[in-house]
Design a binder for this molecule. Structure first.
Ligand code: ZN
Length: 187
């Protein structure tokens, strides 16, 4: 019966997947190397197929999955990314200075001033929780421009929320709607 066959194949695939998962956990580097080699062998064997796949644009689902993977990788390897960022700023010190200057310039041209008690009042309003993930921001929090200055948001109290460092860094200059959608909120 075909359904039984399909079931059997699905079970086998699940088993193989678990094996790969275990291998990956035991020795992630060796596993990554193995997968790289496997992809390379496949590409050598079926260059036309790979070319055809590569030429297709990614679907939104694939893009989301890729971005999710990257986020995960970044989250799991903070030192790696810090080191990379550092290397970039060392090799290109202008980049950092420029980022800083741009931000200040935007703030100045946007004008507006935040009240000095803003952080305290937001702490109360948000019950000391990150506005996005609801984790405690008691120990570390960032004042976030809800609509980024780069997108025309104002440097005013009503455009500020408290975020945990992790949400703040992943939000950066994204539009708030896009960012919330990427976190599974809004439609
Ligand atoms: Zn958060």
């Amino acid at each position: 019966m075909p359904t039984l066959d399909a079931e059997k194949r699905a079970k086998e695939r699940a088993k193989e997947k678990r094996q790969r998962q275990r291998q990956k956990e035991r020795d992630p580097e060796a596993y990554a190397k193995k997968m790289r080699e496997r992809r390379k062998r496949y590409k050598e064997r079926y260059p036309e197929k790979v070319k055809e796949w590569d030429s297709k644009p990614l679907t939104q689902e694939q893009i989301d999955r890729r971005n999710e993977k990257r986020r995960e990788h970044r989250k799991n390897n903070p030192e790696l990314y810090r080191a990379r960022e550092k290397a970039r700023s060392v090799s290109n010190p202008e980049r950092n200075a420029t980022k800083h200057r741009n931000r200040r310039a935007r703030k100045e041209s946007v004008g507006g001033r935040l009240s000095t008690t803003l952080k305290q009042s937001l702490m109360e309003k948000q019950k000391e929780k990150c506005a996005v993930c609801k984790k405690s921001v008691k120990k570390a929090c960032h004042l976030d421009h809800i609509v980024p200055l780069a997108l025309g948001g104002g440097n005013v109290d009503s455009n500020i929320q408290l975020l945990c460092p992790s949400c703040n860094s992943s939000k950066s200059a994204k539009h708030p709607v896009d960012f919330m959608q990427s976190r599974g909120f809004l439609l």
